[in-house]
Design a binder for this molecule. Structure first.
Ligand code: ADP
Length: 278
């Protein structure tokens, strides 16, 4: 029989079974990023996905993991994260202490794509563990366990990073970033973004277009009162409330205006932009 064995049929034998995507994520490409990713993956090149928050980086990596049939282990980075949270630790159990692989180690050992979301949020003494994985050695030293894990041939490291509003103190160190190839993301063009919002929120295209027009006017306020304009994600949230019958003004105030600013003047300006659209 030539039929491919369905992935779930071998789930018992697959330590990363929980991390496999079971259906195709909806993803609208903005350009040739799918082809470029495939080329980078052929060489297992570590990748940085650069771009503003909520513009589709995570959805893109999910789409790619699905297409390449690789498990995807995603970790949202934060400053309290330690190297042990990535690589693993000894934990007490009934028989004493036993080593538990962390999510990065699981991806390295069994051949997943490990996606470190907002990598600069993690402290540099934490992210330094990824260095030996991002050069020709492709190894992960587990110092506490006294083991050096050679990366599985399918393993790839992908990180995301928003160059827009990070302070230079939180920028990626050159010694880290030069180990990666990079793909740049931005909000999609207006028509594509309206399709995405209509699809994800389940609203008609006319209302999605108005939300996108609103987003464009907020994005013009970047560095003029706002650190960042409304993201595609925020428009989807607004659309979801509208779909459920919340008025457009309340929906947009909740998910866009009040989420973007605390400043009373900027709030008033954003509310006017909402009124202009709805
Ligand atoms: P990021 O990782 O850049 O912060 P996400 O990938 O989480 O952003 O995107 C936020 C949401 O916007 C996604 O959950 C998805 O619903 C939608 N989205 C953004 N861009 C796209 C796209 N190109 N195709 C499909 N959905 C998208």
């Amino acid at each position: 029989m030539n039929a491919k064995i369905p992935l779930h049929a071998v789930a018992g034998a697959d330590p990363l079974a929980d991390y496999r995507l079971t259906h195709e994520p909806f993803y609208r490409p903005a350009g040739n990023e799918i082809e470029l990713y495939e080329q980078a993956y052929r060489h297992r090149m570590p990748l940085i996905l650069k771009g503003p928050t909520g513009c589709g980086k995570t959805r893109f990596v999910e789409r790619m993991a699905w297409a390449l049939q690789r498990p995807l282990i995603t970790l949202a980075c934060n400053e309290d994260m330690t190297a042990s949270d990535l690589v693993g630790r000894y934990l007490l159990d009934a028989d004493g202490t036993a080593w538990h692989d962390g999510p990065l180690t699981m991806a390295v050992r069994y051949g997943g794509i490990c996606y470190l979301d907002e990598v600069v949020e993690a402290r540099q003494d934490t992210t330094v563990v990824i260095h030996p994985l991002t050069d020709a050695r492709r190894v992960l030293p587990l110092d506490k366990k006294g083991e050096v894990v050679q990366a599985h041939p399918d393993f790839q490291l992908v990180v995301s990073y928003n160059p827009g509003y990070q302070s230079s103190a939180k920028d990626m160190k050159p010694s880290t970033r030069q180990r990666f190839a990079a793909l740049e993301f931005d909000y999609p063009d207006a028509s594509t973004e309206a399709d995405i919002v209509a699809h994800e929120a389940g609203i008609d295209r006319a209302r999605a277009q108005r939300l996108v027009a609103l987003a464009h006017s907020t994005r013009e306020l970047k560095n003029r009162g706002l650190d960042e304009g409304a993201s595609t994600r925020m428009l989807i949230y607004a659309g979801l409330l509208m779909r459920d019958g919340v008025s457009p003004a309340d929906s947009c105030d909740m998910t866009i205006t009040l989420a973007l600013t605390d400043d009373p003047d900027t709030t008033a300006a954003l509310k006017k932009l909402v009124q202009a659209q709805f």
